[in-house]
Design a protein around this ligand. Structure first.
Ligand code: HEC
Length: 198
């Protein structure tokens, strides 16, 4: 690149025979630099200070909640009886919602695959507080073991607890290994009904 010596005069200093031109960074570079500082200020305010800012995560969560409301709206309130829990055990759409709730709220104690941790293994045949499908709903709602298993009635809606009960019932037999048996072996669940569309 040719150099305009009149615009870039040699500077006075010299180090070990090396001299340099007065060659400042160009104006457009300064503008970009300053703009990025201004931008970072607003970016910081928007994402770090403003509690309402939408991150990818909160947008996804809001979309999930809206979708769950939509499909729940279509069925009304699910009652926590055996027939309803049985029906939900064959409902792929609700089971997918329930899987999300399980990962978000239950997996930290029962493991992502339900094989247990702080909480009991939900994939084996032994249960401490459960004999029938409805008991799963009761444990989720009221808690168990002196709240070592927390009560979820304030934190999850009835519909969420009903579909979770179905999801937890289906965890039985879905994996091997994990935490050892606690409680006693109970009779098998009735077979999962044929898939139901809604
Ligand atoms: C803080 C840890 C913790 C969390 C979170 C937790 N659980 Fe539990 N859960 C336990 C413990 C501990 C037990 C065993 C209680 C006992 O000793 O009776 C248990 C028991 C259960 C049982 C009964 C199992 C049996 O053998 O009787 C079910 C069903 C269950 N949990 C489902 C869930 C679901 C669904 C969620 C999420 C909404 C959840 N748990 C969240 C710790 C937890």
């Amino acid at each position: 690149m040719s150099r305009n010596k009149a615009a870039d005069p040699l500077l006075n200093h010299e180090y070990d025979g090396i001299r340099e031109y007065d060659n400042p960074t160009p104006g457009w570079w300064h503008v970009l630099f300053l703009l990025s500082i201004v931008f970072s200020f607003f970016y910081f305010l928007y994402y770090e200070v403003n509690p309402e800012s939408a991150t990818n995560e909160s947008t996804l969560l809001a979309a999930r909640v809206a979708e769950t409301k939509r499909i729940f709206g279509a069925v009304g309130e699910l009652s926590p009886d055996e027939a309803t829990i049985q029906a939900m055990r064959g409902n792929a759409q609700f089971l997918e919602v329930a899987a999300g709730i399980f990962i978000g709220n239950c997996a930290q104690c029962h493991g992502r695959d339900g094989t247990g941790g702080t909480g009991t293994n939900l994939t084996d045949d032994e249960y401490k507080n459960v004999n029938r499908l409805e008991d799963i709903y009761s444990v989720i709602t009221r808690g168990a073991g002196g709240q070592a298993m927390p009560a979820w009635d304030n934190r999850l809606s009835q519909n969420e607890r009903v579909i979770l009960a179905a999801y937890v019932a289906n965890l039985r037999g879905s994996a091997t290994g994990g935490k050892g048996p606690e409680g006693k072996a109970i009779a098998p669940w009735p077979p999962i009904p044929a898939p139901e569309k809604n």
